[in-house]
Design a protein around this ligand. Structure first.
Ligand SMILES: C=C1C[C@]23C[C@@]1(O)CC[C@H]2[C@@]12CCC[C@@](C)(C(=O)O1)[C@H]2[C@@H]3C(=O)O
Ligand SMILES: O=C(O)CCC(=O)C(=O)O
Ligand SMILES: [Fe+2]
Length: 333
């Protein structure tokens, strides 16, 4: 077992053997000075908010309307009666736990290549920050039938709430192939949680993300009027986040949600994100039915792959990087 911090950090990949540390290494200690202003670490004041993201019963006849309202006002909601068996979620959780509890040298055998998408490592967004995050992750490119079905159903509700039939969007109809990645996140118990950041504030590049969190809270979403709001784990429920591609598709009506994960002193937290996007060759642009002379398109067409490139370059400015400027004389890019 490593006795010093320098032994615990694998220098080439910044991967930490978290279990061996009794105090927070400087490399992982966040302060408002070394984080971008919108990414300040959690403060005690943030958790005093009483409002919570909506919990929607997908069997409710009003589900579509409730989803539409939640997309407009929160950019996130939780769903129950979603059709995913609890046993599948339990299996994902225990597989995740076993993977993360492997010795570091074994996990590193599956290390994500510098330019790769899948594999084990620190959060991809780490390069945008001078401090490291208190988490580790596995990204798996996988098509899972059950989650794919739920993602398609949620897309149908979201499009329906915008007045658009799912069948009218070529690539989004039933039985069409969306693309997806699964991200397993582990946030080990942390000796100094107030100075550490599990996963820094970001939006997902997806259409939507379906997140399973174990019974330990840590996910927070930013709500303008209330600041950071904790999304409490609800047994059996799944969290749905609006991603940047739905923001573009809805021409900004359904804004992507800024969210982050904070850590705690006593319990490991595990989350599994199902990151759902369009087929890779499809250009996403504002839906034509939502446009008219008073509502011009705000974003240029972009594929998911192109957008991930923009995200890797501009991080949280990626959306602005594909935004069209509206000049007095018309639209210019
Ligand atoms: C499909 C993807 C979305 C993602 C980048 C990735 O290629 C695989 C990992 C995803 C993830 C999960 C944690 C947060 C996030 C910002 C990151 O760094 O990796 C997202 C990426 C994203 O949505 O941009
Ligand atoms: O762990 C969490 O609650 C958030 C994970 C997340 O935002 C992601 O994987 O994109
Ligand atoms: Fe996320």
């Amino acid at each position: 077992m490593p006795s010093r911090v320098s032994d615990a950090i694998k220098p080439h990949r910044h991967v930490l053997d978290f279990t061996s540390l009794k105090e927070l290494p400087e490399s992982h200690a966040w302060s408002s000075l070394d984080s971008p202003s919108s990414n300040n670490p959690p403060t005690a004041a943030d958790s005093s908010v009483s409002e919570s993201v909506p919990l929607i019963d997908l069997d409710d006849p009003k589900a579509q309307e409730l989803v539409g309202r939640a997309c407009k006002t929160w950019g996130a909601f939780q769903v129950k009666n979603h059709g995913i068996e609890t046993s599948l979620l339990d299996r994902i959780e225990s597989t995740g736990k076993s993977l993360f509890s492997l010795p570091t040298h074994q996990k590193l055998k599956a290390a994500r290549a510098a330019d790769g998408v899948s594999g084990y490592g620190v959060a991809r967004i780490s390069s945008f920050f001078s401090k490291l995050m208190w988490s580790e992750g596995f990204t798996i490119l996988e098509y899972d039938k059950e989650m794919h079905k739920l993602a398609g159903r949620l897309m149908g509700l979201m499009l329906g709430s915008l007045g658009i039939a799912q069948e009218d969007v070529d690539w989004a109809g039933p039985n069409k192939e969306g693309a997806a990645a699964i991200q397993l996140n582990s946030y080990p118990a942390c000796p100094d949680p107030d100075r550490a950041m599990g996963l820094a504030a970001h939006t997902d590049s997806t259409l939507l993300t379906i997140l399973y969190q174990n019974n330990t809270s840590g996910l927070q979403v930013l709500r303008d009027a209330s600041g950071w709001v904790t999304v409490p784990p609800v047994p059996g429920a799944l969290v749905v986040n609006i991603g940047d591609l739905l923001h573009i598709l809805s021409n900004g009506s359904y804004p992507s949600v800024l969210h982050r994960a904070v850590v705690n002193r006593t319990q490991q937290r595990l989350s599994v994100a199902y990151l759902y996007g369009p087929p890779s060759n499809v250009k996403i642009s504002p839906l034509s039915k939502l446009l008219d002379p008073t509502h011009p398109p705000l974003y240029r067409p972009v594929t998911w792959t192109e957008y991930l490139g923009a995200k890797a370059k501009h991080f949280n400015e990626a959306l602005s990087s594909v935004r069209l400027c509206i000049a007095r004389t018309g639209l210019v890019n």
